[in-house]
Design a protein around this ligand. Sequence first.
Ligand SMILES: [Mn+2]
Length: 415
Amino acid sequence: MVVTMLDEVAWLFNLRGADIAFNPVFFAYATVTMDKATLFIDSDQLDDATRRNLGDDVAVQSYATFFDNLKCLSKELGTGDSPKVLLGDKSSLAVAEAVGAGNYVLVPSPVAEMKAIKNETELEGFRQSHIRDGAALARYFAWLEERLVAGSELNESQAADKLEEYRSELDLFRGLSFPTISSTGPNGAIIHYDPDPNDCAVIKQDQIYLCDSGAQFYDGTTDVTRTWHFGTPNAEEKRAFTRVLQGHISIDTAIFPSGTTGYLLDAFARRALWQDGLDYRHGTGHGVGHYLNVHEGPHGMGVRIAYNSTALKAGMTVSNEPGYYADGRFGIRIENIVLVRQVDTPNNFGDKGFLGFEHVTMCPIQTKLVDESLFTAEEKRWLNDYHAEVFAKVSGLLKNDQRALAWLERECSAI
Ligand SMILES: [Mn+2]
């Protein structure tokens, strides 16, 4: 098998690098045969300890020799009756041509499928890194609110820098997982907004503020979106926020038979919005790497038909991030990372086993933006339970920041 995707090479050898901003990967290729694995990487990228760790079963060859190696392999294989090389379906044409027509089969990468299912150590790392991340988020939002209420002039980029500063103080922090989306008012409706430090908006207290951010830690990768109003939200904003939150809760609490895909579950996230004639133009969820790329496949939740080809399986990570965007006015998104877990159900129809989600993101969801008249009793209980959990897990990390602790206590209080 030829492995060409950088995150797949990193996962396969349990190595990380720093060749690409935000994604802890390194330039390399790999081949795996029945008795040997070869990592093609520039030798100055590996220190002695790392090389020793790879052991005797891993050969290391220079990055530059990769294509020549494939051509040699192709010659050795000749043109037999059946192809003998496995290529992931994201391989380049150059790789396919070097292996030679007739010598390969193109398949969804088995490495991607294995990488998507996290082991218990990785899952526990996700939980722990998200609790620490929650402390930085609480410190940031408490600071931001205080500054805005005090009338400080603060632009979107300056605010994002403060969040990075708080995160950088956390244990096992390795950098951000993508550029922080810090957006006020109309900019919140631009789904992949990235504020220009030299030319971005001043955050306004009386407009909705949307912040989508994340970090890399040795024990996990985070990605979280929260939407705040630091003044008095109007009825339209509250209604839309509540519809988004209902979709978020609907995904969070979903229980579904093994074999269900994210394509099917996507409608759960939109049901409440659809009731109001609202919708959003992006997917509901993506896989998340473990101290790897913040977006990874092969699964996800969304209306793209590709999401119907991979079932959600126990041990997978996925984001739960419905939203609503009023072009030119405001944006709303509520995003947690959830883990796919087996759940016990009173029955087990067809012996398939049933799955559900465990949320690991630990940050309050602003209750001031909730229109309680739209909530069911179960949704109200979910929000109060979530906030009790956030406070229990994060408050202990805020002993040295009384402002953040007071903010967390207030934002986690029951409705
Ligand atoms: Mn996300």
